[in-house]
Design a binder for this molecule. Sequence first.
Ligand code: MG
Length: 380
Amino acid sequence: MKKISILGATGSIGTQTLDILREHPSEFKLVSISIGKNLDLARKMILEFQPELVSVQEYQDCITLKAEFPSIKFTYGVEGLVEVAVFPSADILVNAVIGSVGLNPTLQAIEAGKTIAIANKETLVTAGHLVMEAAEKNGVALLPVDSEHSAIYQCLQGEKEKNIERLILTASGGSFRDRTRKELEGVTVREALNHPNWSMGAKITIDSATMMNKGLEVIEAHWLYNMPYEKIDVLLHKESIIHSMVEFHDSSIIAQLGTPDMRVPIQYALTYPDRLPLTSSQRLDLAKIAQLHFQEMDVNRFRCMQFAYEAGKLGGTMPTVLNAANEVAVAAFLNEKINFLQIEDMIEKALNKHELIKNPDLSIIQEVDKETRQYVNSLL
Ligand code: MG
């Protein structure tokens, strides 16, 4: 039986991970979780799964839950995330928190020898070199949960890195894929949150609408697959049936397909290299779908993708700035402090202002992350 820890248990990936555990009670046991502020959902999870350790965001919530569940250990804050990440009996850490707050717990879990199922793409964007170096040094597997990266992982089974021509990430195009730039002026938060294919959390749904999500995924793919940016392409594919592809030197392309259901890549990360049935997932019926559509990516229309490629190629602290500026700008948009197109403006300003630092260590990354957040907040 594999023992599982989850960072971000009450979020979209977290709850879908619990669906997998519920479907396979003899395969997995939940041992520790972190949650944010959703105490009602946390109570249900505690009653159902009886984890040994629960970390919450706020001290006060920790006290409240402790009184209700005296047999369970509670902790809180950023230190609490680390405690969950390194929980001694856990085999796999599912990192499903949002944002670069996931970086330190990931590094600590790697040091502790945990297998990492990584859904927290911001961690790889902000400090991919540190994460990959630590994983290699400690012989720890980083298993992608992001559907595109899981697809590529599956396409690469039994293949050699030297034979890869390029990676092709597919993109649904998000909530505004059919709008012109002009039509993006004045779009509302509610419209932006209405993703056509995937049910996801608020931050990633906005990232999909700006296309920053795909930009972050390009950087994520660069690190996970040790692939230069010139060999990572993005293709618009509005049905989200082909989750991504790999082209090889002999011109053969291998793709991974399925209905858009995040539980499939989550389960693959938990069962790898094995597979288990997933009875509740809808099977793909290609005859019924009949047609799939593809379109070239327009980087002038989606400037965030361009920023991500540029920041990724420059490397050093640039992706850290890209990510931190985006996190603050998206939060400001969700709080209706800025309009949709201002998200891009904020990120562009932060990137232009920053002086690149090469080969940053963890303390420099954390400092740049903090400075960038302060700067973008000062623009609001
Ligand atoms: Mg994705």
